[in-house]
Design a protein around this ligand. Structure first.
Ligand SMILES: Cc1cc2nc3c(=O)[nH]c(=O)nc-3n(C[C@H](O)[C@H](O)[C@H](O)COP(=O)(O)O)c2cc1C
Length: 161
């Protein structure tokens, strides 16, 4: 059994099954980038708020930390390739044709849901920045979702799928 506290913590949190999202944001030069993120959490209904946590070792930290608007795409079961691509280290450009606009915010096309967000708050917490976003608009589509559990991808279908 692993005894290193960090590794044990990682394994414990890896047992918390999540969906998988891609957060899209533009840097100061307007270059759109995508990052695979599973820390997305719903925070508040009124106002509608979500949060995600940005690691301070990200090569794209400045762009994501300073973005005033950003889009979230909740990936469908068929999008493991996209999840792997946007999780690769170094800037992961999102091509113009891969994005669409929701409430004036660029979001990755595809997915079972999309959210257009405006940064509401930023809270430093250890080695991550908690980014809280006000939800400007959402789009929901049918289909099975991509999941992440114990370091591996899977999928789950809803009752109506
Ligand atoms: C399933 C999965 C979920 C991830 N979730 C997050 C997350 O919530 N926050 C984060 O900062 N990085 C997360 N990452 C890591 C980023 O996708 C990316 O690998 C990391 O930022 C390193 O690339 P960069 O230095 O180019 O940003 C996740 C990776 C995977 C595979």
């Amino acid at each position: 059994m692993e005894s290193d506290p960090e590794q044990v913590f990682r394994r414990a949190m890896g047992a918390f099954a999540t969906g998988v999202t891609v957060v899209a944001a533009a840097d100061a030069a307007g270059r759109l980038s995508g990052m695979t993120v599973n820390s997305l959490t719903s925070v508040s209904l009124a106002p509608r708020l979500v949060l995600w946590c940005l690691g301070d070792r990200s090569a794209r930290y400045a762009a994501f930390a300073s973005a005033e608007r950003w889009g979230v795409t909740v990936l469908g079961a068929e999008s493991e390739t996209l999840a792997r691509r946007f999780a690769q280290a170094r800037a992961q450009d999102m091509h113009a044709e891969e994005a669409e606009t929701l409430a004036g915010v660029s979001v990755l096309r595809q997915g079972v849901a999309q959210l257009a967000c405006r940064t509401h708050d930023r809270i430093q917490a250890g080695d991550h920045l908690i980014i809280v976003g006000e939800v400007l608009d959402v789009c929901v589509r049918p289909g099975a979702a991509l999941t992440f559990f114990r370091g591996g991808y899977g999928e789950i279908a809803g009752p109506a799928d």
